[in-house]
Design a protein around this ligand. Structure first.
Ligand SMILES: [Zn+2]
Length: 196
């Protein structure tokens, strides 16, 4: 063994195995090599410069803080902005979003799970439900109009997504809201009468 172990004092260090010439994240699920065969590098780049290849299991080259990670985070931010502006609402699919961003759908989904913690479709649905909830609370629009204004492709999907979040159909949420508002108005009217 000719390599010199470069043990690092940093907490986020890269573990590299001399036997396999592969480097890993500290959290890699692959069983680590015997400690005498392990060296540490402060960064993935340092490990690569020393001739190690990234582990295919834990993908240390995409660890937080690396250029690849920052690139992916920027891509996901851009995708989130597009979804926020309704990209997935007009009949367009995740495949179209991936096309726009210049990558495969599979890769986009993987980036979303890692950086947004949810799939692009889940993010888009959450956004639609939030928009619909505001319209249920603040307008007298019929539910069918709300479904489409919020970006849902059908009333059935609107109902299902809304129920999944609020455990009640949108009409029940609106009724409860109206009742609360009417009660509030009666109270203030009574208070005004008392003051007269
Ligand atoms: Zn690994």
């Amino acid at each position: 063994m000719t390599r010199v172990a470069t043990a690092s004092s940093t907490t986020r260090r890269t573990r590299a195995a001399l036997t396999t010439q592969i480097y890993c994240r500290p959290t890699c699920p692959v069983k680590p090599a015997k400690s005498r065969n392990v060296v540490f590098f402060p960064t993935a780049a340092a490990a690569e410069r020393a001739g190690f290849r990234p582990c295919l299991r834990c993908r240390p080259e995409a660890a937080p803080g690396t250029p690849a990670w920052r690139g992916a985070a920027a891509t996901v931010s851009r995708a989130l902005r597009l979804i926020e502006r309704g990209f997935l609402d007009g009949g367009k699919r995740v495949e179209d979003l991936a096309d726009t961003l210049g990558m495969t759908t599979r890769h986009l989904r993987r980036l979303f799970l890692r950086h947004a913690g949810a799939s692009p479709n889940a993010v888009a649905t959450t956004r639609r439900v939030q928009r619909a909830k505001a319209l249920v609370d603040e307008t007298a629009l019929p539910m069918s109009a709300i479904a489409f204004a919020a970006g849902f492709a059908s009333i059935r999907r609107f109902n299902a997504a809304f129920r999944a979040v609020y455990r009640r159909p949108p009409s029940a949420v609106r009724r409860a809201r109206r009742r609360a508002r009417t009660t509030g108005q009666t109270d203030s009217l009574q208070r005004q009468l008392w003051l007269m």
